[in-house]
Design a protein around this ligand. Structure first.
Ligand code: NI
Length: 195
């Protein structure tokens, strides 16, 4: 009888510890500090002028990064318009923020396509592409999901992708994030706090 009681008490204690532990883990995973530990990292890509770039080239500047594809009809142009407007609203201080677009469709988004696209948004926009492997790697580092949808005609397809605008610090570490719907004013205000 006594051992039965002890076993029951031990089970209850164990369950309580598990619940408490997972609650702590969940709150840690939701905190910005943990997100900072999980998002970003090294990358090696090519910009719209054919220059090799790595994350080291952006040290000392803030990066405002978005992943998408040029043929995207909605989220991508909205995100890039909001990002670049936010940077402009910061005035001269905005020069410390580099807008970065990383394509998840390097097959169609060639250097030339990216050059035209970048010019349409901002003179300092870095439009980056990699091999399929480099693209998968950088997307994994930023916890970005992307998947090519079925072709509707030869070469015509959409790419389903996460839509998050990341703000990375001068040391390359994650600071905060926005969505493509975040308007330029609140985005600029959040960036300003971290300049
Ligand atoms: Ni898009």
């Amino acid at each position: 009888m006594l051992s039965d009681y002890r076993i029951r008490a031990a089970i209850i204690l164990l369950a309580a510890a598990l619940i408490g532990g997972s609650a702590l883990l969940v709150s840690w995973l939701r905190s910005p500090e943990s997100a900072g530990a999980l998002i970003g990292g090294p990358f090696a890509l090519t910009d719209q002028t054919g220059r090799q770039v790595t994350e080291q080239d952006f040290r000392g500047k803030l990066m405002l990064i978005y992943f998408g594809f040029v043929f995207c009809p909605d989220a991508c142009p909205t995100a890039l318009a909001n990002m670049t407007d936010a940077i402009e609203q910061l005035g001269p201080a905005g020069e410390d923020v580099v807008p970065v677009f990383i394509t998840v469709d390097p097959e169609r988004d060639t250097e030339e396509v990216l050059r035209d696209y970048a010019e349409a948004f901002h003179p300092r926009l870095k439009a980056l592409r990699g091999t399929p492997e480099q693209t998968a790697e950088v997307a994994r580092a930023y916890r970005i999901y992307f998947k090519k949808a079925a072709e509707t005609a030869p070469g015509e397809y959409l790419v389903d992708h996460s839509s998050i605008v990341f703000l990375m610090g001068r040391n390359g570490r994650y600071l905060t994030h926005f969505t493509h719907m975040t308007l330029p004013e609140p985005m600029a205000a959040e960036i300003k706090k971290r300049l």
